[in-house]
Ligand binder design. Structure first.
Ligand code: TYM
Length: 335
């Protein structure tokens, strides 16, 4: 086998430390980070620089960054197996962002749906960082020469623009970056709001009944599922137009491992009340170990610091190697 065939693939992903992570973050991304670390060289980061694209309270943000780091470990990301770090600790992200931004067109950035959504939501703060957000995300991915990027469906467009930027750069300067592929789960790539099931579940939703957070107490989780919006059909089956029930079926399926057919059979002749109770209880069990690990980890600041310092040291070496190559290729004088 050649060296190229033997190379273990690299994955990179990130999460913004804005608010407590939701069940959507867990099912769509974090649970896959844990699975994939067994098979790949994995790098996971807290996208703290990306969080600055919306207004933040500095004291709260600092707590949220540390808490986000603890949640990632609590989910099962193992710092012995994966590289785990804070984006801002690696200055090369901001530097590569600049070079990539100079190779990204205004028109491409204007088409990003996340930019359109976020600028509508934060009309008083449509800043340049919000607009160039995708080139920083491209830098995150390309610095580590990632082959795969495990994300939920909402990030697909950002991976596509990363691929476009990388391909353009390689074409102009010769092979520099690995072209990454998105890794989007078949079930759970887009967990919907429990209150408005045509909308994505989001941690920034004003209605707290719309989302379940990874750290919600068991009784809160059960209560939120009891209140989940469904329909008047009263049949637990996956079908077009049954957005609320479809969402609950995908959540139940990922939490239990049951197929959609098995779920439909289990709840044949039963009402939505029984189904919603079962989904709530399955999610409580899914998240129980995460919450318990989190309580332990967040109390051990010294351990967390040791982990992110070690992660930063290793990540910086990899990032510097790519950045140096890029600076040379674009014609900068090396010191
Ligand atoms: P963020 O912080 O919004 O979300 C983190 C991850 O959770 C996924 N996700 C969902 N999946 C399923 N259903 C949902 N309702 C749901 N909500 C969120 C997201 O798709 C994401 O995978 N730009 C990124 C952070 C980032 C990044 C990166 C990701 C920065 N640099 C480099 C990958 C690679 C973001 O805002 O994710």
């Amino acid at each position: 086998m050649s060296e190229v065939q033997q190379r273990k693939k690299i994955i990179l992903s990130g999460i913004q430390p804005t608010g407590t992570f939701t069940l959507g973050n867990y099912i769509g991304a974090l649970s896959n980070w844990v699975k994939l670390q067994e098979e790949y060289h994995s790098a996971y980061m807290i996208a703290d620089l990306h969080a600055l694209t919306v207004k933040q309270d500095p004291i709260k943000l600092r707590q949220q960054i540390l808490s986000a780091f603890a949640v990632v470990l609590a989910c099962g990301v193992d710092p012995e197996k994966s590289l785990v770090f804070m984006q801002s600790h690696i200055h090369q992200h901001a530097e590569l962002n600049w070079v990539l931004a100079c190779h990204t067109q205004f028109g491409e950035l204007s088409r990003m749906t996340q930019f359109k959504d976020k600028s509508a939501k934060n009309a008083d703060n449509v800043n340049a960082g919000l607009f160039t957000y995708p080139s920083l995300m491209a830098a995150d991915i390309l610095l580590y020469q990632a082959d795969l990027v495990p994300v939920g469906a909402d990030q697909k467009q950002h991976i596509e623009i990363t691929r476009d930027i990388a391909t353009r750069f390689n074409h102009l300067y010769g092979n520099t970056f690995t072209i990454p592929e998105p890794y989007i789960p078949k079930i759970g790539a887009r967990i919907m709001s429990l209150a408005e099931p045509t909308k994505k579940m989001s941690k920034s939703d004003e209605n707290t009944n719309a989302f379940v957070t990874i750290l919600d107490k068991p009784e809160t989780i059960v209560k939120k599922f009891k209140r989940a919006v469904t329909d008047s059909d009263m049949k637990v089956c996956y079908a077009e137009g049954k957005d609320g029930i479809n969402n609950l079926i995908s959540i139940y399926s990922t939490a239990t491992g049951f197929s959609y057919e098995q779920i439909e059979k289990e709840f044949e002749g039963k009402g939505y009340g029984d189904f919603k109770k079962a989904v709530g209880e399955a999610v409580v069990e899914l998240l129980r170990p995460v919450r318990e690990n989190y309580e332990r980890l967040i109390a051990d600041k010294a351990y967390l610091e040791q982990c992110y310092q070690a992660g930063a040291e290793k990540a910086a070496n990899l990032a510097q190697c790519t950045l140096k190559k890029v600076y040379k290729k674009v014609g900068l004088v090396m010191k």
